[in-house]
Design a protein. Structure first.
Length: 248
């Protein structure tokens, strides 16, 4: 279902209209593949019991990450939701992200281990900011289709973002957080991205060359990307140490 022509021509523009219009059919196709291929996803390293928090994308709640958390728990990790309701930006995590930081700190205190953060879209940006501010609590960050490396105008969702979160994309506080998220992290990081993403420019969802982080390209829609078999497998392989830092 990959549309080779429906990709951004640079990292400074939003995805083209054809990629946006194809989001629904490609998401449904991916869900069908998950049903067919679910039993084939067990050929990955077993989990080691480490705590993992999965952060949902814009407007989504922990329901949207149920499949990924079930998969990771089946492998042997301790995967949990973020427990903050729908992701409405600062309305969910607090102006300084204090509610998210409290959640991470609580899991860290309960388990006695640093927490791995897996963030989808906006959730990935939040995960990167959390790791920048509290590396003593965070073991690793994995982002999935998260546009942390470019401006909101390189997406087709910046206007809904403004309506839903109450923040404007020219707000100094928002831009400061985006700059913070874009900097190289003090913990291991992996970005999973798709060039044919119809909602956000995939080229701003990946670790830049020389950053020290790994980038893994998949072919996927943005919608339901966290339920694509190749994405689930990539997350499991990163957690299990099967992918080197040069996986691109």
């Amino acid at each position: 279902m990959a549309l080779k022509l429906a990709v951004p021509t640079s990292n400074s523009v939003p995805p083209p209209a054809l990629a946006l219009l194809s989001e629904g059919p490609r998401a449904a196709w991916g869900l069908g593949r998950l049903i067919r291929e679910w039993k084939t996803l067990e050929d990955v390293p077993p989990g080691d019991g480490r705590p993992v928090i999965v952060l949902p994308g814009l407007t989504n709640s922990d329901r949207s990450t149920f499949v990924m958390r079930r998969y990771l728990n089946r492998l042997g990790y301790r995967a949990e939701g973020w427990d903050l309701g729908r992701n409405l930006g600062v309305r969910a995590i607090g102006p300084e992200g204090e509610r998210l930081m409290e959640r991470i700190a609580a899991v860290h205190a309960e388990t006695g281990e640093k927490v791995t953060l897996v963030g989808i879209s906006l959730g990935g940006i939040m995960a990167r900011v959390a790791a920048q501010r509290h590396p003593e609590l965070v073991r690793e960050v994995i982002t999935i289709s998260s546009p942390f490396a470019g401006p909101p105008t390189c997406t087709n969702v910046w206007r809904p973002f403004e309506w839903l979160t109450g923040e404007k994309i020219d707000d100094p506080a928002l831009n400061a957080r985006l700059e913070e998220a874009a900097r190289p992290l003090p913990v291991p990081s992996t970005s999973i991205w798709s060039h044919s993403d119809g909602l956000v420019n995939g080229l701003i969802c990946r670790e830049p060359e020389g950053s020290g982080g790994r980038a893994i390209e998949v072919s996927s829609s943005h919608l339901w990307v966290q339920m694509k078999p190749e994405v689930l497998r990539a997350v499991a392989e990163v957690l299990g140490g099967q992918l080197g830092s040069d996986a691109r």
